[in-house]
Ligand binder design. Structure first.
Ligand SMILES: C[S@@+](CC[C@H](N)C(=O)[O-])C[C@H]1O[C@@H](n2cnc3c(N)ncnc32)[C@H](O)[C@@H]1O
Length: 278
């Protein structure tokens, strides 16, 4: 892909055309199959943003995943590269044009599998189905994902329908644009790709991995502001620690997320109203 709206790649190995054989090998490693996020946005400079930091940033540099921002602006109409127009039927704000977004989706779809399970195409939208850890797990198994970041009042419905785009929400609130939501979804997904997290066990133990919220965590000092770390965690008795943590995870889930608790009980043949001391 060339031209003004060719995806802008992030991450050292995904990015630099270079005559150095080592880099060329590294680039082909990325092209050969690193999980890739293609993000359609009016603000490509917002990327990689927080994704360039810490473990996700290191993994991006190592080519364990790749990020390509597709700038919507150069695909706009006319001399001013207009990407939006007033809503049909009247009302406040502006709507991203179907024809402009269509061009971006054509660029984003180049070389991607047709099968949506292998490459989900998603519009970040407060109207969408809520993003979950299960979706992050599915996406991490795919070859990549295309994410559309809306702005203003959103995107013309016709292009969403034409491309059978899935709508996914970060939660029941309204952001100014989809970029923060895209970064959150990419972060949640990328950390499930093997080798991105140093210790894969930590992804297996944390909140939602088994349908429960995570147990409370503690670290040094053992006594802080008169508050002690629970004795059991300092006992060295691993089986008892595992039991305690499970009990705490169940207690917190029951208290804070009755919806998750009911689903967990149904999956484990438990009565959600059981009077067991948690
Ligand atoms: C101001 S919002 C548009 C809200 C839209 N008019 C509505 O009421 O549903 C602009 C863009 O921000 C993004 N956005 C806002 N809230 C979001 C959320 N909760 N989850 C995901 N994306 C969101 C979407 O891409 C959306 O098109």
């Amino acid at each position: 892909m060339t031209g003004p709206s060719a995806p802008r790649s992030h991450g050292r190995l995904a990015l630099r055309p270079s005559a150095q054989p080592r880099d060329l090998m590294a680039e082909s490693r990325v092209a050969a199959g690193a999980w890739t996020a293609r993000v359609i946005t009016l603000f490509p400079d917002a990327f990689p943003g927080t994704l360039g930091l810490s473990l996700t940033g290191k993994a991006l540099e190592m080519g364990l995943w790749a990020l390509e921002a597709i700038d919507l602006r150069p695909l706009g109409e006319g001399r001013h590269r207009n990407v939006d127009d007033t809503p049909a039927g009247g009302g406040a704000g502006m709507v991203l044009r179907a024809d402009v977004m269509h061009r971006a989706l054509e660029i984003a779809s180049a070389g991607t599998p047709v099968d949506r399970a292998s490459w989900p195409t998603v519009y970040l939208s407060p109207r969408g189905k809520p993003f979950t850890q299960a979706m992050a797990r599915d996406w991490a198994q795919a070859q990549g994902v295309t994410l559309i970041c809306g702005r203003f009042e959103g995107v013309d419905q016709r292009v969403i329908d034409h491309w059978a785009v899935e709508e996914v929400s970060l939660g029941d609130f309204v952001l100014t644009g989809g970029e923060i939501a895209a970064q959150a979804l990419i972060d949640a997904t990328v950390r499930l790709i093997p080798r991105v997290l140093g210790n894969q066990m930590s992804a297996e133990e944390e909140s939602f991995s088994e349908g429960l919220l995570e147990f409370p965590q503690y670290t040094r000092p053992p006594l802080w502001e008169g508050r002690a770390i629970p004795d059991i965690l300092l006992s060295g008795h691993h089986a008892k620690i595992t039991d305690w943590r499970r009990g705490q995870a169940e207690r917190l889930t029951k208290q804070r997320r009755p919806d998750l608790w009911r689903a967990y009980c149904a999956a484990h043949g438990r009565d959600p109203d059981e009077d067991r001391e948690l």
